[in-house]
Design a protein around this ligand. Structure first.
Ligand code: NAP
Ligand code: MG
Length: 482
């Protein structure tokens, strides 16, 4: 078979200006901030900028600004007027799309192909979609004149920085809330660029506030008495801590947590398409995806064929510079995450699963992990139960459809699942049995702002996106969240 080498096709980074140091974005302007820490490029470990560590005092100032903006401006605007600001933000995100995509790839390590074609367009789509809702809330069957909660505290992870920001801010603003958002420690830069977009859109001061920092900053936000609603995306562990912290209060919360999705391949699946779907399911965004198809369940009759084709396909995955337009798999976001992936993979070796990766040279500097599969995995193995959050696939087999469902549901999580089969009846049967918030059939990792997203069990509370997601930002709205 002929293979082609690709000449590098680097996206230029000159479109992006990164300040050496940033403060917080509070009440419409940037503060100086203090206790700055370095934000690095995970593909080469160079320092990109210095980010301010938000204190409880910074959170307090930001929550006050959000409260004043809520009471004096935002809650007084009509839905139509709020919608205009959201449309404006959406259009600016489109106009500055390349800037956002390059900055996201620099700060996060994800391939430019993905930040350019997925993260940034979807972020803009979330603002467009919710802009359209702002003046229709009274007529959507969400109860009598649904009202906003007030000030929302929002905390997001590092895997989809600008996209998670838009999932949080767009519905909150459309529903009439003001927000204080804390980005993840390792990926604050696109949130700070978004703050500039708010200024450019002339969004009234205090409607959006961004306080950077670490877990302690997030905890201060959760505990602040001026917060009416918490929206969190991150690990199940921190989600549980947040649930405990707000239990004695009247704060509302939505929690989007972890996952360990089953991607189920039945014997009648279209094999070539399925192999593409498996690759997309686990190697998209280096596997740093809460809904990743990280447990592959293969029906025994086709297991050998699927695995041999999967290995051929995996050998073509190009690992390397995130800014190279040919790159399929970029850098792991942080050294901590790389250690976690290595540790869980080692447990796979120790517990008797068989590891395979294609020959693949990774750069010397930076944080890298090759695309990896483990075969011979059993339900008892840690790699079948725990979220690896990296480019590592655990492969299990099954004999009967019922066994596939039992294995798929045998997890504390329930965020997503995939079904591959040519028979519509089998797909509908399996979808009805699976305990997962999102189920894809003959595709994987497809997202749309109109489609609610969220989990069962330890994958979280509530939904984001669509009409369901909006209800979480409205008082007394009829929710249908589970
Ligand atoms: P994480 O450690 O839970 O962090 C998420 C966010 O919470 C970060 O901004 C983090 O700040 C902050 N934080 C940490 N400790 C906190 C505390 N005690 N109180 C309040 N906030 C706190 O999760 P991660 O490792 O960044 O992200 C990976 C996890 O997110 C995975 O488990 C993944 O499945 C999940 N995830 C879920 C979804 C979903 O929609 N369900 C989407 C994406 C990711 P620092 O970054 O500064 O520590
Ligand atoms: Mg970074």
């Amino acid at each position: 078979m002929t293979t082609f080498d690709y000449a590098p096709a680097l996206e230029s980074r000159t479109i992006v200006t990164i300040d050496p140091q940033y403060g917080h974005f509070i009440n419409g302007s940037f503060t100086k901030g203090s206790n700055h820490f370095a934000s690095i490029n995970p593909s080469d470990e160079t320092v990109l900028s210095h980010i301010a560590l938000g204190s409880a005092q910074d959170i307090d100032t930001a929550v006050d600004a959000a409260r004043v903006a809520y009471e004096s401006v935002w809650s007084k605007l009509s839905g139509k007027e709020r919608g205009k600001y959201l449309y404006r933000i959406a259009r600016i995100l489109q106009e500055r799309a390349r800037e956002f995509a390059v900055l996201e790839s620099l700060d996060n390590g994800k391939p430019i192909r993905e930040s350019r074609d997925v993260d940034v367009p979807l972020a803009a789509a979330h603002f467009f979609y919710h802009a359209g809702w702002a003046d229709k809330l009274d007529y959507a069957g969400m109860g009598n004149s649904p009202r906003p909660h007030g000030v929302a505290g929002q905390i997001i992870p590092w895997n989809f920085p600008i996209l998670m920001l838009s999932w949080k801010i767009a519905p909150a603003l459309a529903a009439g809330n003001t927000v204080v958002l804390k980005p993840a420690e390792t990926t604050s830069l696109t949130a700070l660029l978004f703050a500039q977009v708010c200024q450019q859109a002339e969004l009234p001061a205090g409607v959006v506030n961004i306080v950077t920092g670490d877990g302690s900053t997030g905890a201060a936000l959760v505990e602040h008495p001026g917060i009416d609603k918490i929206a969190f995306t991150g690990s199940t562990e921190v989600g549980k801590a947040i649930a405990r912290a707000i239990a004695p209060t009247k704060k509302k919360a939505t929690l989007e947590l972890g996952g360990k999705a089953a991607n189920i391949v039945f014997e009648d699946a279209p094999i070539d398409e399925t192999v593409e779907g498996i690759v997309n399911g686990i190697f998209f965004n280096q596997g740093h995806v809460c809904c990743a198809g990280s447990r592959l369940l293969l029906q025994e009759d086709v297991a050998e064929e699927v695995l041999s084709k999967l290995k051929v396909r995996m050998a073509k995955i190009r690992v390397g510079d995130p800014l190279d337009k040919n790159t399929d798999l970029g850098a792991i976001n942080s050294s901590e995450q790389l250690l976690k992936i290595r540790d869980l993979s080692k447990s796979g070796d120790d517990e008797g699963a068989e590891r395979w990766s294609p020959p693949c040279a990774v750069p010397e500097k930076g944080f890298w992990f090759p695309p990896t599969i483990f075969t011979g995995v059993t339900q008892a193995h840690r790699i079948a139960r725990e979220e690896i959050f990296g480019p590592v696939l655990s492969v299990l087999t099954f004999r009967t459809p019922q066994e596939a469902i039992e294995k798929a549901n045998n997890t504390p999580y329930g965020l997503s699942a995939g079904i591959w089969s040519e028979k519509g009846s089998r797909i509908l049967w399996a979808a009805g049995q699976l305990k997962a918030g999102v189920i894809w059939a003959n595709t994987f990792n497809k997202f749309d702002p109109a489609s609610p997203f969220g989990g069962y069990k330890e994958s979280g509370w509530g939904r984001e996106g669509g009409r369901h997601g909006l209800t979480a930002y409205l008082k007394d709205a009829e929710s249908n969240n589970e």
